[in-house]
Design a protein around this ligand. Structure first.
Ligand code: FMN
Length: 322
């Protein structure tokens, strides 16, 4: 399938794996890229520029196809070494960067000068237009359904995607709630040039996370995610568990007086324990409503192949028969 996104990134299928903290390691990124999609290494998870350089080198050994690095800009008391991470990405010849979190304008000139394509992930039409105006090549439009940070507007993709299509000139992919061929065809009908998936890619054999994480997604329904940290204007969609219940009790009790320090036990430093050790109840971890559509743990290749085959039959049989 040829779309503006496959052409822009030099990939076979219009399917992107979004950056995911403690999930987006070389194994998953390479598996997605080898299957014809665009895999993504999560920059901040690696910790330092040196470790990111190693991870990129590992991925380059596993695939000769294009892959991306995600750079998430978070508010932080001790910010990561963003200039160092950007330099490593440039030096390693990574062709695509997925930015997220806040406006990436500061780093765009360096990335563009190196010929790197930038796809910015954002949750509103106004932020998408901003990304376009500062020179991003594409956007990943993340609807309210998404796992991770859906922003504060709460606009689901059935509204957000056609609104983006009405306003944007650069191509965009649909992100949030995407799981299968139906998602892809629907996203394209709403104006997207492809789709970005997070949660669905965690429940694959290639994702380098503990089996408990994959099983938790398979066992979850679309009713099992919760929104946390709204009063901190840092809303995150996570899978419900004991820690999330505890956290929400504190949110209820403290209301607008809640500070990050009040919930630090439930959110800080929990990802390695969950993703690597499989201690699922230790804290809050991002997960999309789309978990309700995930009922198996295929290889990435089987997942992407089946999406493309079924998309073809939806377009050429089901829809063309109407
Ligand atoms: C466990 C997990 C961790 C994530 N970590 C990040 C991250 O570090 N940076 C980022 O830009 N997006 C992150 N995301 C968001 C995904 O890249 C993607 O936009 C989102 O999962 C799409 O929604 P979906 O889960 O419904 O497919 C994360 C998502 C999940 C599920």
């Amino acid at each position: 399938m040829k779309t503006k996104i496959t052409e822009l990134f030099g990939i076979e299928h219009p399917i992107i794996q979004g950056g995911m903290h403690y999930v987006g390691f070389a194994e998953l990124a390479a598996a997605v890229s080898n299957a014809g999609g665009l895999g993504t290494i999560t920059g901040l998870t690696q910790g330092t520029p040196e470790k990111l350089a190693n991870e990129i080198a590992r991925c380059q050994e596993m695939t000769d196809k294009p892959f991306a690095v995600n750079l998430t800009f978070l508010p932080s008391l001790t910010p990561p070494d963003y200039p160092g991470l950007v330099q490593v990405i440039i030096d390693a010849g990574v062709p695509i960067v997925e930015t997220a979190g806040r406006n990436p304008a500061e780093y765009l000139p360096a990335l563009k000068e190196a010929g790197i394509k930038v796809i910015h992930k954002c949750t509103s039409v106004r932020h998408s237009l901003k990304a376009q105006s500062i020179g991003c090549d594409a956007v990943s439009v993340d609807g309210f359904e998404c796992g991770g940070h859906p922003g504060e507007d709460d606009i689901p993709n059935f509204i957000l995607l056609p609104r983006a299509a009405d306003e944007l000139e650069i191509p965009f992919v649909a992100s949030g709630g995407m799981a299968d061929a139906r998602s892809l065809v629907a996203a394209m009908a709403l104006g997207a040039e492809g789709m970005n998936m997070g949660t669905r890619f965690i429940a694959t054999q290639d994702a380098p996370v503990h089996q408990n994480v994959k099983d938790a997604i398979v066992n979850a329904s679309e009713l099992d995610t919760r929104l946390i940290m709204r009063s901190l204007t840092n809303t995150e969609r996570v899978l419900n568990n004991d820690a999330v219940e505890r956290l929400m009790e504190k949110e209820k009790a403290l209301g607008d007086k809640l500070r990050f320090e009040d919930i630090v036990d439930e959110v800080a430093g929990v990802y390695p324990k969950i993703m690597h050790e499989g201690t699922m109840e230790v804290g809050a971890w991002s997960c999309g409503m789309v978990a309700g559509l995930v009922s198996d743990i295929p290889t990435v290749k089987d997942l992407i192949d089946s999406i493309m085959t079924e998309a073809d039959s939806i377009i050429n049989q089901r829809l063309s028969n109407f």
